[in-house]
Design a protein around this ligand. Structure first.
Ligand code: SLL
Length: 153
């Protein structure tokens, strides 16, 4: 569909991960060398639903994971796993066809281990570690259809 000249629309989002150390009562299905449970996610800000313009999100995990490319087609756009190591996750976002927008990719370093001033306390508490980034999708000269999708309430 036609593109709207001289117009730019932005939509904020956050991406990142949460991680918790596995406890003694871990499930027997979890490999013994795994130390953490974690979730990598991409989501709207303040509970905004992104699925009206995001069609799918592909999280590419370390190749030590089975089916390391995980495609999520509806919210919540997230993957939960267990493991022992930190690594880079690519997060590729595909937009609805009406948008006629190229996919975009972000890279997130999976964080399991606390560090910094509160690390010792966090470790002894077995606290959740969070690492996330704020970003914005910027649509320059959006199609009319994308404009409608993004502006209807
Ligand atoms: C390292 N850069 O070499 C890291 C790689 C790989 C993480 C970390 C277990 C996967 C599985 C897992 O945590 N892999 O067993 O399915 O230290």
């Amino acid at each position: 569909s036609k593109r709207l000249k001289n117009l730019q629309i932005c939509r904020p989002f956050v991406y990142g991960n949460m991680a918790v150390p596995l406890k003694e009562d871990r499930s027997p299905d979890i490999p013994p060398d795994h130390t953490h449970s974690w979730t990598v996610f991409l989501k709207g800000v303040n509970g905004d639903d992104l699925s009206n313009f995001v069609k799918r999100v592909v999280f590419k995990l370390h190749e030590t994971y089975p089916n390391s490319s995980r495609s999520i087609e509806e919210p919540p756009f997230e993957v939960t796993e267990t493991g022992w190591g930190e690594f880079e996750i690519s997060i590729r976002v595909y937009f609805v066809p009406e948008a006629s927008e190229k996919n975009v990719v972000m890279y997130h370093h999976l964080k399991l281990h606390p560090y910094g001033p509160e690390a010792e306390q966090q470790k002894s508490d077995g606290a959740t570690v969070t690492s996330m980034q704020y970003d914005e999708f910027v649509f320059n000269e959006p199609t009319e259809s994308l404009f409608e999708i993004l502006t209807k309430k």
